[in-house]
Design a protein around this ligand. Structure first.
Ligand code: ADP
Ligand code: MG
Length: 264
């Protein structure tokens, strides 16, 4: 089972879109994918047609049971998505109450990683979506994953957010055995704007070692897919945005393979 998380301390940068697009492409290839919504706003939960304000069971229950959830409840927690190979571990608004305490205080930092290892280890891929703030949920996402994807909107203010995210990552790395590999993904790229071009140039200059060299373009098909509640590849497999995410997935899989070969 491979666990990837999508995170950035900034909102509206394409985190949820990236999580759903990558999950969808993996699922199209026949992989069984679990998507985990750790954002109290529940964007990914809404994306797949479930209302985070109405759900009585959610990822929040895992924190209440500190990751040791009874079997029956574990099964009930998983919801269907619009894709037959994707199941959803939904968020609910109650998750926001968790954010008021620190992960360290509550001993809550490893709830998701424990739950994934014990309850849902029969998925081939897990993709975690996270909120745009540093708190219990994000710490859990970072602790649970083996690969982090950081979408960065190609506009001027984005670099500050990226700096913060890398700072957080360095902090988290101190408590991990190995540094968490991460890939920066330029998103919402618009070749007609100076902001997009110069942000991409700065990313290539300052973050070359961790940057995916291509970018995800602005593509209204991605927004249409979220309105329709389907993964982008199922709405239009040849849309520019989908092609870009397919290239990103190939890159991430190759990175992941080369890391496991280094270990072996
Ligand atoms: P985040 O999860 O970081 O807050 P989202 O993935 O929800 O960001 O994206 C914010 C908004 O931008 C959504 O309405 C989404 O549909 C849209 N969006 C994301 N990526 C693209 C893209 N490449 N092209 C066009 N719209 C996009
Ligand atoms: Mg989101």
């Amino acid at each position: 089972m491979r666990v990837w998380a999508v995170a950035n301390q900034k909102g509206g940068v394409g985190k949820t879109t990236s999580a759903v697009a990558l999950a969808g492409l993996l699922a199209d290839q026949g992989q069984r994918v679990l998507v985990v919504d750790l954002d109290p706003h529940g964007s990914m939960t809404s994306y797949f047609g479930h209302d985070p304000d109405q759900l009585t069971s959610s990822v929040f229950n895992l924190f209440q049971h500190n990751g040791q959830v009874p079997e029956g409840l574990a099964a009930a927690l998983l919801l269907d998505s619009s894709h037959p190979n994707i199941q959803l571990l939904p968020s609910s608004t109650s998750l926001a109450t968790l954010e008021r305490q620190s992960a360290a205080q509550g001993g809550y930092g490893l709830v998701i990683s424990r739950a994934l290892a014990q309850l849902w280890n029969d998925f081939q891929f897990v993709i975690i979506d996270s909120p745009p703030l540093l708190g219990v949920s994000m710490i859990n996402a970072l602790a649970a994953c083996e690969q982090l994807i950081i979408p960065v909107q190609t506009e001027f203010l984005a670099l500050k957010g990226l700096e913060r995210m890398v700072h957080t990552l360095n902090m988290v790395n101190r408590s991990r055995k190995q540094a968490l590999p991460y890939t920066i993904v330029p998103t919402l790229f618009d070749r007609r704007t100076q902001a997009s071009l110069s942000t991409l140039r700065m990313l290539r200059r300052d973050y070359a070692d961790h940057l995916w060299q291509a970018y995800i373009p602005i593509d209204t098909k991605l927004r249409d897919a979220s309105l329709a509640g389907v993964v982008p590849s199922q709405l239009d497999a040849s849309a520019r945005g989908v092609l870009a995410y397919r290239a990103l997935l190939r890159y991430l899989l190759a990175q992941s393979l080369s890391r496991s070969e280094q270990v072996a």
